[in-house]
Design a binder for this molecule. Structure first.
Ligand code: GTP
Ligand code: MG
Length: 318
């Protein structure tokens, strides 16, 4: 996954600590008897600190993937979770700081040669570097938060994908846990699932992906929060088929009417085959509107639903 390899982004303080410590060590080995060797020692201290700082800053930027060639699904998720423009601006500031320190170090080395006391100049240079790095501390923190959010996104790969959607608390995660390798959290309250998760199962040599999504309420797109938007994004970009789970028992806390209305909206919005399964058959009759019935608690009917999904995917593919 494109966001998986982004390393932690250090704070300004961590960067400065590291580089100044290494610079002190670089100086320690040097003899400082005459003016020339004192100059050399201060110079090496300055360059060591500057190189570490600018290399680190520039490499932070390099480790973020380029947003210009990103698959639309991940681009949209990045937009939902962190904002692509904001991320670009923060990266640009960090890049600027890296370049600035590099430039500045060269200038100060020149100044050192013409000065009475190299140590004084080196100290001025360190203060300048520290203030440049401090000035991007907010950017570094933003990027670290972004990194932590993006890293949690699931790796959606090549195989056909089944997206499981529905109202909160209807049993989406229970289904995904039952049929695939994923182990999502299951709980008796709505909005348990807060992000996308992917599990896998294999049928006749084909590896299928099952995507668990956060619950959706029936409401306009512009009112949806960042958690729901991830589900919409998966529906839009990755599904070969959608499994829409309804809970006719309404123990999920939402009326069947509302659940059916959301289904109608999804049918209108997405051009993907939809299988409707009524869950919780152990406590209520499926009622109207469902293609199949199951209980993810007892397991009854679940295998048949899975078979049907595989059949739909196979048809779509041929
Ligand atoms: N009686 C009964 N309860 C079920 C069944 N399937 C799931 N549940 C219960 O319904 C609750 C919600 O299950 P989840 O799988 O977490 O539902 P979800 O749709 O993923 O919920 P969100 O992530 O909040 O959207 C849990 O308490 C489950 O134990 C079922 O077939 N029968
Ligand atoms: Mg869930």
């Amino acid at each position: 996954m494109i966001f998986e390899k982004i390393p932690t982004v250090p704070t300004a303080e961590e960067l400065l600590d590291k580089s100044f410590r290494r610079a002190t060590r670089a100086k320690r080995g040097k003899q400082v008897l005459d003016r020339e060797s004192k100059l050399k020692a201060e110079e090496s201290m300055l360059l060591t600190a500057a190189n570490i700082l600018s290399d680190n800053l520039v490499s932070i930027v390099k480790k973020f993937p380029s947003f210009d060639q990103m698959p639309p699904f991940y681009l949209e998720l990045a937009e939902i979770l962190v904002g692509v423009e904001e991320m670009k601006m923060n990266l640009a500031s960090v890049q600027w700081a890296g370049n600035k320190i590099h430039e500045m170090a060269r200038k100060y080395v020149g100044m050192m040669r013409d000065s009475e006391d190299a140590k004084v100049v080196r100290k001025q240079a360190f203060a300048r570097m520290a203030s440049i790095v401090d000035s991007v501390d907010g950017n570094l923190r933003f990027l670290n938060d972004a990194r932590n959010k993006l890293k949690k996104l699931p790796d959606i790969g090549e195989g056909p994908a089944i997206v499981v959607a529905g109202y909160p608390n209807v049993g989406k995660s229970s289904f995904v846990a039952l049929v695939s390798s994923a182990r999502p959290e299951i709980a008796p309250y709505p909005f348990t699932t807060k992000g996308l998760a992917v599990g896998h199962f294999t049928r006749e040599g084909i590896r299928y992906q099952v995507i668990d999504t956060p619950g959706l309420l029936d409401r306009p797109l512009e009112e949806r929060n960042e958690i729901e938007l991830q589900a919409i994004s998966a529906l839009k970009h990755v599904g070969k088929v959608i499994l829409y789970i309804i809970d006719p028992s309404e123990t999920c806390g939402f009326s069947l009417d509302k659940q059916m209305h959301l289904l109608a909206e999804i049918k209108k919005e997405f051009n993907v085959p939809i299988l409707v399964a009524a869950n919780k058959a152990d406590i209520s009759a499926p009622g109207e509107g469902a293609d199949m019935s199951m209980s993810t608690l007892t397991g009854e009917g679940v295998e048949a639903v899975l078979e049907q999904l595989v059949e739909i995917v196979t048809k779509v593919n041929t």
